[in-house]
Design a protein around this ligand. Structure first.
Ligand SMILES: [Zn+2]
Length: 159
């Protein structure tokens, strides 16, 4: 499966874009794969983040090994099986979200972010989660290949 952005396992596959003619859920622009944030320069000088999305930078910081893909407080490193996303937030220790110097960065899970930094959800978002309404399923924007299906069957998650 070829992805729009090979470095980002959460980006849509070319197959998904092809079959999704209305473009629902697909960003309006395709990332220019020749332009990658220079994360080495970024973490050493703190400069050069402006032309990239925080998601892109976070992903590159992990794939290039500058940050571990786990919570720096409790160590959780599990990923959601369906789309391989992890419940981790990039935290700027000094509170300055423009300060990408490596010493200022850490990954925190939602729990630890809540306990030690701030509420990751607004009161409105919490209300929506706890409002007794039937939970809508996550939009089906991913496909499982045969290996993933077999793994989930072996784990008893699917029958
Ligand atoms: Zn944690």
């Amino acid at each position: 499966m070829f992805r729009v952005d090979e470095s980002d396992p959460a980006s849509p596959t070319l197959f998904e874009i092809h079959k999704n003619q209305s473009g629902k859920g697909i960003p309006k622009f395709l990332p220019d794969r020749r332009r990658e944030p220079n994360v080495k320069n970024l973490v050493e000088t703190g400069r050069g983040y402006e032309s990239f999305t925080p998601e892109k930078i976070k992903s590159r910081l992990v794939t290039e090994g500058y940050l571990k893909d786990e919570c720096y407080i409790c160590g959780i490193h599990e990923r959601r099986m369906t789309d391989y996303k992890s419940p981790l937030l990039l935290n700027f220790k000094d509170g300055n979200k423009s300060n990408y110097l490596l010493d200022n960065l850490e990954m925190l899970c939602y729990n630890c972010y809540f306990l030690y930094v701030a509420d990751p959800l607004t009161p409105n978002q919490v209300r929506h989660i706890e409002d007794n309404q039937t939970v809508k399923e996550l939009p089906h924007t991913w496909d499982l290949d045969k290996e993933a299906l077999d793994n989930m069957k072996a784990l008893g998650i699917l029958s």
